[in-house]
Design a protein around this ligand. Sequence first.
Ligand code: UDP
Length: 257
Amino acid sequence: MSGSRRRLVYEGKAKILYEGPEPGTLIQYFKDDTTAFDATKKATLEGKGVLNNRISEYIMTQLNVIGVPTHFIKRLNMREQLIREVEIIPLEVVVRNVMAGSLAKRFGREEGEQLPRSIVEFYYKDDKLHDPMVSEEHILAFNWATPQDIDDVMSLAIRINDFLTGLFLGAGIRLVDFKIEFGRLWEGDMARIVLADEISPDSCRLWDIETGEKMDKDRFRRDLGNVTEAYQEVARRLGILPEAGNNERKGPVLVQT
Ligand code: UDP
């Protein structure tokens, strides 16, 4: 079923949200488009959306199994998943295990150093402002989240990091850092904080454990080439691959309709 016949709710850089079949649901469509550096660099990577849909489905499903609440309900087809409609908290939550990216730049450090402890950072989601880094003080003062929300976000971020670190390690991949987003799921007049958006090589730094080779969006940002191939390798190692175009299936393959 094509998303184009549904009512569009929101179009972002890599995903589109459509109205869902029932109230309180949305359909999240994964595009092949990719952007970097505040969308000044753009490309279309054929098949990227299909891979991110599968990888994010796999991770969110596993997180649901260990009791981390997420917006994910089920994958509908190659490019779409059914999700719960949440009120997005306007923060990008970054968790870091290894020195890289903007952290390395900011403190003049080499990339690759294992951090003595994981670091959680908050950025205010606003492209026009280039997603400025913010502290809990700003979050509370500007009322983007309550102290309880911040507590919940922090503890979920740590649980997600611990789980993902082990999941990727089992696939021979070092989880360097990642970005996640959270939303409020309203149930009556009670709101629960749940993981939203996606978790994919677009939002994680993933390095091969042996060679250090990058298997994430940095391949696009830094013009390293073979971006989709790297995402495909992540999917293959996790034991999940899209339905079509793979003659070299190795791990277990989830067959769903
Ligand atoms: N990230 C993201 N979206 C953003 C900014 C960062 O998904 O708008 C991810 C990025 O892929 C990396 C982590 O968050 O896994 C930390 O990114 P960093 O702050 O180092 O920024 P970058 O160097 O990517 O600009």
